[in-house]
Design a protein around this ligand. Structure first.
Ligand SMILES: NC(=O)c1ccc[n+]([C@@H]2O[C@H](COP(=O)([O-])OP(=O)(O)OC[C@H]3O[C@@H](n4cnc5c(N)ncnc54)[C@H](OP(=O)(O)O)[C@@H]3O)[C@@H](O)[C@H]2O)c1
Length: 388
């Protein structure tokens, strides 16, 4: 059994980890940390857990976590995780850590000052950690000790744009993203803007031009572009909105197509890149991630996405007659994606939907834990969406 500790277990992301891990037969929840609720039973904080056999919440102690756990999930605010990670690995260098917050996500430590307003005190952790977008980095995650679980908006955005930038199909300085999030994305900690009369029956944008997820999305899409041989800067316009839902993120993104959507037919292949259709001259048979002779219309691009995410069970590429929606993924680890082409403007439209607390946080963190411990990636995550 994998012995698991959760820091921030009384928060929304930590609480969702508890819920999902209770359905994972390979783990034992040993340490649930809540500084505010230490000593209380879980059901005193989350009444739905009445009758469950869970440890009581406990104080934060690096020694106890390092002693009692094989893996610790950190679900605490930005800037609080890196000192604890340093302490944990100094006490037990063999332990594995998955940070659901942002303290391991950005490779350039200076970006923390610029975007988060604090100085990152452990840049060595940034060079060691692996960005845990499972579908894109499974091999590195399997070998990792420290995993940076992606942010919720970045998960929805990067998964939707990764095939496009990897194959050089869009101009990387033309990407525009609008994303809507349910209120649980802001966490359980109270704030006036999240008070029921203020956010119910209301929608508003926030974080204009300076949302903290921008450098994370740019960093990872640039890495995807580089993996495809395109050494390009990615610059993004990103506008998040708060909408009156408990859970869910809906991302709508746009970018300029580099090929002629009416005339060009292209090949795309994770081994060979992409180009105007021709005999690529290399036989990569039996490559399963290869598409040849497709037009850059919605149906052709759908085939490109399907081949890129071939075998990735939590990514559902919807046909062009369906539209991603938050209710279709609620409570599940799915990311639904669908793509369209506007032949009139030469722009592409891509949409994605996730549950912010599952694929956007706890579910993806468990996917990563499974890989880090050699377990099947989907263990404990075979959850059908909740509808209605
Ligand atoms: N909500 C989402 O959809 C979502 C998605 C992706 C990522 N995330 C990230 O996950 C993290 C947790 O988010 P959340 O939504 O669960 O927030 P939350 O509901 O406000 O919970 C945060 C928890 O962190 C704990 N905490 C606060 N300061 C701490 C410290 N200095 N040391 C240790 N623990 C501390 C608090 O627990 P105690 O006071 O009880 O100890 C609190 O329960 C954040 O970094 C967030 O950005 C959230």
């Amino acid at each position: 059994m994998i012995r698991v500790g959760i820091v921030g277990a009384a928060g929304y992301a930590g609480g969702e980890l508890m819920r999902l891990l209770l359905g994972h037969e390979g783990v034992l929840l040993t340490n649930l940390v809540s500084r505010t609720h230490a000593g209380k039973s879980v059901s005193q904080v989350y009444p739905g857990y009445y009758g469950y056999d869970l440890p009581h919440f406990q104080e934060l102690s690096a020694d106890e976590l390092a002693d009692g756990c094989d893996v610790v999930f950190l679900a605490s605010p930005s800037g609080t995780a890196w000192p604890l990670i340093k302490e944990l690995i100094s006490v037990n260098p063999d332990m594995k850590i998955i940070d659901i917050g942002s303290d391991l996500r950005l490779k350039d430590p200076l970006l923390y000052r610029e975007w988060y307003g604090y100085t990152h005190g452990a840049p060595e952790l940034l060079s060691e950690s692996v960005y845990g977008l499972t579908e894109l980095h499974a091999k590195e995650i399997s070998d990792a000790r420290l995993v940076a679980n992606p942010g919720c908006y970045p998960t929805a955005t990067i998964l939707a744009f990764a095939p496009l930038v990897r194959f050089g199909l869009v101009s990387t300085n033309s990407i525009i993203v609008n994303a809507l999030s349910g209120v649980s994305g802001a966490g359980r900690t109270l704030g006036q803007g999240y008070h029921f009369p203020e956010c119910n029956e209301n929608m508003r944008a926030y974080g204009l031009l300076r949302h903290r997820h921008i450098p994370e999305i740019e960093q990872e899409l640039a890495a995807s572009a580089r993996a495809g041989g395109h050494d390009e800067v990615v610059s993004l316009n990103f506008t998040p909105h708060l909408v009156p839902l408990n859970r869910g993120i809906l991302m709508t993104g746009y970018a300029d197509l580099r090929y002629d959507s009416e005339g060009d037919s292209v090949f795309t292949c994770v081994n060979q890149g992409a180009g105007i259709d021709q005999d690529p001259g290399i036989n990569c048979d039996p490559c399963i991630n290869h598409v040849q002779g497709v037009n850059l219309d919605a149906w052709g691009l759908t085939e490109v996405y399907k081949s890129f995410y071939h075998g990735k069970k939590f990514i559902r590429i919807l046909p062009p007659d369906q539209i991603p929606q938050t209710k279709a993924v609620a409570g599940s680890n799915y990311c639904d994606i669908s793509v369209r082409v506007d032949g009139r403007t030469g722009r592409l439209l891509v949409m994605s939907a996730i549950d912010n607390l599952v694929k956007g946080a706890a579910g993806q963190a468990i996917q990563n834990m499974n890989l880090m411990f050699g377990e099947p990636e989907d263990r404990g995550l075979n959850l059908a969406p909740i509808w209605p």
